[in-house]
Write a protein that binds this ligand. Structure first.
Ligand SMILES: [Zn+2]
Length: 53
């Protein structure tokens, strides 16, 4: 039995949960991403830059 979990935030394809097996990943922000897409790219910004003495 397939259950629609949501749509991939990257490509917009529907992501299903098939018998407990999620065909994708749910990110910490609650958004769904399919397995066909690469993992979330980290933004180039660095919020915690080391301080130089
Ligand atoms: Zn996708």
């Amino acid at each position: 039995m397939k259950e629609l979990v949501g749509h991939c935030v990257l490509c917009g394809r529907p992501v299903y949960c098939d018998s407990g097996f999620l065909d994708g990943v749910v990110r910490d922000d609650g958004k769904v991403q399919c397995r066909s897409c690469p993992e979330e790219e980290e933004p180039p910004s660095k919020p915690d830059a080391p301080k130089a003495p």
